[in-house]
Structure formats: structure tokens, C-alpha cells
Design a protein around this ligand. Structure first.
Ligand SMILES: NC(=O)c1ccc[n+]([C@@H]2O[C@H](COP(=O)([O-])OP(=O)(O)OC[C@H]3O[C@@H](n4cnc5c(N)ncnc54)[C@H](OP(=O)(O)O)[C@@H]3O)[C@@H](O)[C@H]2O)c1
Length: 250
């Protein structure tokens, strides 16, 4: 379904981003894999994509730095352009509201929200040059709900979801579809930074109507769909992907 397309996935060395990069390649796309620290892991993802017969490029870049995003998009131009951009990389400081510092705010908001804005601004000319495309951002339920220590990441994701709506409306006339996916708790490295991670994973598992935790493959399926022509009339939405967890009153 994505044959001939070129996709960029930020934070594709591990976890959700890795699964998305692999899925887009399975669907036929060539893929640019961005990472920050785990070069070996990123190169392993690249090797798996190459083994599928797709083209791949690996780019180390810090998405919290606009100059690095410019370099990432320059690499994409050199690679042939862009049809799909997945803004997945995230980071953040876990502190209660009263302990948040200016530095925490800059780090978290720049990585999780400003990175999306910069990526959109810099990649739209490439998407437009190829007749449109799709942009997908990864959000989380902390944008709407309150979890221990999650104030900054939640706030950054709320800003991200809002930007997704604004960008979606501005870019729809250019044939660029912008949406977000908000998965429930997934057992990745990131989940283990949460307080009482194992207990939380077990609790969410038990309380999910669908009977299991969301997996990285579940997320990759939805992202691939949002990048496909079948989803072109879904504009500016945040798709909740949590097996029904959020529906239950607690
Ligand atoms: N896991 C969950 O429960 C969950 C739930 C809802 C939403 N999400 C969202 O899903 C996305 C992926 O989460 P995950 O669980 O897969 O996270 P993860 O396992 O911690 O992986 C994070 C990825 O982002 C990259 N990264 C981090 N900071 C970066 C930066 N400044 N510049 C470039 N790359 C950077 C990392 O690269 P290196 O390893 O190379 O440094 C890594 O590939 C995030 O947006 C997250 O908020 C996750």
C-alpha cells in the first residue's frame, strides 16, 4: 500500500518508532531512521529494512534542536524527498508540578512539542513537492489525564495534540493529512521510567477491556493506516488506541 513512498520516523531505534519503521517498510516504503543515542540498535533496524528490499538511511539527530531537524530534513531531500513523517521521538522529566524547573520545561517541551512544529515546518516543502502526504505524531493519554509525575510530559503532549489540529487544518488543502495516535501504556523502555512500572503494567493489563496491553505492533498498524490513502479524510484527530481502558469510570 505504501510502495514508492519515502517515510521518516523519528526515534526509530527502539520501541514504538522501531515497530513503525519496520511496518512502513513492510508496506513498501523506503525509510529514514532517526535516533539519538542507540546507533547500534538503529543500524539493526536499518538492516532488517534492507533485508526487505527497501532503501534505508540512518540519521543521528536530536529532535529538540531545530538545527538538527534541518539536517535531518536535508538528509531526507538527498534521499529522494518525503511522503510520510512520523514524529515519534519523545523524552521528558518526571517531576511533580512544584519541582519543575525552567530547564525541565525547555527539555521536555522542546523534545515533545516544538520538535513536531519544527519538523512540520521543515518537511512540508518536501511533502508538497511530491504532491502531499501524511504526518503522524505520537501522543499519550497524559495529554488529558493525570498520572504521577507526568505533568510535564502530559503538558507537552497536550500542546502536541493542539498543534496537530492546527497543522491539519492548514495543510489539508495541500493534500497533507495530519493526525496523532494516543496509545495506552505499552511495555517499552519508556514505560519503565514510570514510578512502580511493573505494578502499573499489571494494573493496566487487568483493567483493559480488550484483555491485554497495547503492543508496539498495534501502534504500527494504526500509524500505517493513517499514512495510507484509505485514511485521507481523517484530519486532525487523535486516535485513542488503548483496548478500551480509558472508557471505564474509575
Ligand atoms: N511506551 C508507552 O507506554 C507509550 C504510551 C503512549 C505514548 N507513547 C509515545 O510513543 C512514542 C515512543 O515511545 P517509546 O515507548 O517507544 O519510547 P522509548 O522506548 O523511550 O524510545 C524513545 C525513542 O526516541 C528516541 N529519542 C529520544 N529522545 C530523542 C531526541 N531528542 N532526538 C531524537 N530521538 C530521540 C530514542 O532514541 P535513542 O534510543 O537512540 O536515544 C528512541 O528511539 C513517544 O512519543 C511516547 O510518548 C508511549
Amino acid at each position: 500500500m505504501l510502495a514508492g513512498k519515502i517515510a521518516l520516523v523519528t526515534g526509530a531505534s527502539r520501541g514504538v518508532g522501531r515497530a513503525i519503521a519496520l511496518r512502513l517498510a513492510e508496506e513498501g516504503a523506503d525509510v529514514i531512521i532517526n535516533y539519538l543515542r542507540k546507533g547500534k540498535a538503529a543500524r539493526e533496524v536499518a538492516a532488517a529494512i534492507e533485508a526487505m528490499g527497501r532503501r534505508v538511511r540512518v540519521v543521528k539527530a536530536n529532535v529538540s534542536d531545530p538545527a538538527d531537524i534541518q539536517r535531518l530534513v536535508d538528509e531526507a531531500r538527498d534521499f529522494g524527498g518525503l511522503d510520510i513523517v512520523v514524529s515519534n521521538a519523545a523524552s521528558g522529566v518526571m517531576e511533580p508540578v512544584l519541582a519543575i524547573t525552567e530547564k525541565h520545561w525547555q527539555h521536555t517541551l522542546n523534545t515533545n512539542a516544538r520538535a513536531f512544529l519544527t519538523l512540520v515546518q521543515k518537511s512540508v516543502p518536501l511533502l508538497t513537492a511530491r504532491g502531499g502526504g501524511a504526518i503522524v505524531a505520537l501522543s499519550s493519554s497524559g495529554a488529558r489525564r493525570v498520572a504521577d509525575g507526568y505533568a510535564l510530559v502530559g503538558t507537552s503532549k497536550a500542546a502536541l495534540e493542539s498543534l496537530v489540529r492546527y497543522a491539519a487544518v492548514e495543510l489539508a488543502p495541500r493534500g497533507i493529512v495530519v493526525n496523532a495516535v494516543s496509545p495506552g501504556l505499552i511495555d517499552t523502555d519508556a514505560a519503565h521510567f514510570l514510578p512502580n512500572a511493573d505494578e502499573l503494567l499489571a494494573q493496566v493489563h487487568a483493567a483493559t477491556p480488550a484483555g491485554r496491553l497495547v503492543t508496539v505492533e498495534d501502534v504500527a498498524d494504526v500509524v500505517a493506516f493513517l499514512c495510507s490513502p484509505r485514511a485521507k479524510m481523517i484530519v486532525g484527530q487523535t486516535i485513542i488506541l488503548d483496548g478500551g481502558y480509558d472508557l471505564i469510570y474509575r
